[in-house]
Design a protein around this ligand. Structure first.
Ligand code: F6P
Length: 325
């Protein structure tokens, strides 16, 4: 059932991601072009519950497309997770005349948006996370920038690792998703890629691999660890003890979440922002925007949130084959 709306709110929620500003800009400018008013909600759902709401116009999103982070700030809200928090959020939206809402974030944020839609606020989600772990889309805002940042860091570590003929463990972000690790593992020619979706906890195999590679003349050994594997420093110590090869661990950390978005993140985030605003302007609700099979698409939240995805088996197997020499 479609409902005409007058005012679109936009918020960013959960971990920030480069390209979120491009998405905000596109939401604001598309809504204005369609004759709607726009309100920015600062600090995600937490800010919504605190009525941290500002009027936005075309000028408020000037000069932000190239900036990392999110001009609206972001947060995780324990209060909003509760049903009473969601009911309160609806009352606040009504008080401020917000009848359509764009939520830029991950699955957890979308579940909140889905409930708001049931409670009468038209909502649309845009996948914003560096982790790429949203099932209904092959692209999430920020992944491309994050993976390029991590790749550049690993290139640098590789230089010093080779000079010292060391083994290097580099931990990239991804608590439960190994996409950044897998992509960097391939792009940086890592000898081993450890991801939560596939890790078998066989450290002896990793040690044997290092020794075997050293015997055939490899002067460095790069292991890319996803954050979810954990204990990179402990692993480095155990590897050094077992192999006699100097081993260092580097946790790249939040460097991956910042920085100027890549061209892809700017363009795709813009397309998704525009699409989200158009859906609301056309009376749509309870939708999540995605990118699949070469197209920008949208799904009902129920359908999108029910989807599952796993690491691409071809990519994972290919990475393993290429690191075998
Ligand atoms: O979801 C994005 C992400 O960067 C994950 O890769 C990471 O595990 C997590 O957020 C870190 O969250 P925080 O910034 O709250 O420590």
């Amino acid at each position: 059932m479609s409902k005409e709306i007058n005012t679109i709110g936009v918020l960013t929620s959960g971990g920030d991601a480069p390209g979120m500003n491009a998405a905000i800009r596109a939401v604001v400018r598309t809504a204005i072009a369609n004759g709607k008013k726009v309100k920015g909600i600062r600090r995600g759902y937490s800010g919504l519950l605190e009525e941290d709401i500002i009027d936005m116009d075309s000028k408020s999103v000037a000069d932000i497309i190239q900036r990392g982070g999110t001009i609206l700030y972001t947060a995780r809200s324990a209060e909003f997770r509760k049903e009473e928090g969601k009911q309160k959020a609806v009352e606040i939206c009504k008080k401020h005349g917000i009848d359509g809402l764009v939520v830029i974030g991950g699955d957890g944020s979308f579940k909140g948006a889905q409930r708001l839609a049931e409670l009468g606020i038209n909502t649309v989600g845009i996948p914003g996370t560096i982790d790429l772990d949203i099932a209904c889309t092959e692209y999430t805002v920020g992944f491309d920038t994050a993976v390029n940042t991590a790749m550049e860091c690993i290139d640098k570590i590789r230089d010093t690792s080779t000079s010292h003929e060391r083994c290097s463990i580099i931990e990239v972000m991804g608590r439960s998703a190994g996409y950044i690790a897998l992509w960097c593992g391939i792009a940086n020619g890592a000898e081993d890629i450890l991801i939560p979706e596939r890790y078998d906890h066989d450290e002896q195999r990793i040690i044997n691999n290092i020794i075997a590679k050293r015997k055939v003349g490899k002067t460095h050994h790069i292991i890319v660890n996803a954050e979810g594997i954990g204990d990179s420093y402990g692993m480095a110590k155990r590897i050094e003890e077992a192999t006699g090869i100097e081993t260092r661990a580097t946790i790249i950390g939040h460097v991956q979440r910042g920085g100027s978005p890549t061209c892809k993140d700017r363009v795709y985030a813009s397309a998704m922002g525009a699409k989200a605003a158009e859906i609301l302007c056309n009376g749509g609700s309870n939708r999540v925007v995605g990118y699949r099979h070469g197209e920008f698409v949208d799904y009902d939240f129920n359908e999108g949130l029910a989807m599952t995805k796993d690491i691409d088996a071809y990519m994972y197997d290919m990475a393993k084959k290429l690191s075998r020499s």
